[in-house]
Ligand binder design. Structure first.
Ligand SMILES: [Zn+2]
Length: 210
């Protein structure tokens, strides 16, 4: 049992075994031979049972899994960052007009600058769509008004269609459907003249819609 004796400075082999694995060998041995040796004298602190080792291994596995997950997360973040950088590079290539302008913008915090830009663009696009919608709606109303007026006074001044020709004399055309007012008594509202009350109402709606 030389393995349990102290050396001349009172240190036991366990104390001298700095390597964790070597120490574990002693502790494993202690677990299976608890009664054979004076473990207290040998200064081996506790037995290392199979269950303890297994639970330690499980803990280690858990740690490894966490580290792996963290690494994965970091990788994902890095990839997203790269993707964003690429998108920004592409975007700044797209709207490079004045080099000085871009460098000035790069001086600011890039991400917020870019996102603000795209927001402005989105807003512009939305406004353009809205304008188109309104124009289409106005056109529909004018066409409806023209159709109405064409029905209302069949044939008299048929040739003048609903084509907008406001540059032609504003005096003699309906302000809404632009049908000729020659020979008619127009309806007045402000400075406008209309072929019918229908046109008057429609035009007011169009004006109010802005
Ligand atoms: Zn009219």
């Amino acid at each position: 049992d030389g393995s349990l004796r102290k050396d001349e400075r009172g240190r036991t082999p366990y104390m001298l075994a700095s390597e964790r694995e070597v120490r574990n060998v002693y502790r494993r041995f202690m677990a299976s031979n608890h009664d054979k040796w004076d473990w207290h004298a040998a200064k081996v602190p506790s037995a290392l049972t199979k269950e303890m080792e297994e639970s330690q291994a499980a803990k280690q596995a858990e740690k490894d899994a966490k580290r792996k997950a963290r690494a994965k997360e970091l990788k994902k973040l890095r990839k997203a960052k790269e993707k964003k950088a690429q998108a920004e590079a592409a975007a700044s290539q797209n709207d490079v007009k004045a080099p000085g302008d871009t460098s000035a913008r790069k001086g600011l915090s890039q991400p917020s600058g870019i996102s603000r830009m795209s927001k402005e663009e989105q807003l512009k696009a939305a406004q353009a769509t809205e304008r188109e919608k309104r124009a289409a709606a106005a056109e529909r109303r004018m066409a409806a008004a023209a159709a109405l007026s064409a029905q209302g006074n069949s044939g008299n001044s048929a040739p003048s269609s609903s084509q907008p020709k406001s540059t032609l004399s504003g005096d003699s055309n309906c302000s809404c459907c632009y049908v000729s007012l020659d020979g008619k008594i127009p309806f007045h509202r402000y400075n406008y003249k209309y072929c019918s009350t229908t046109c008057m109402h429609l035009h007011r709606e169009i004006l109010e819609d802005g």
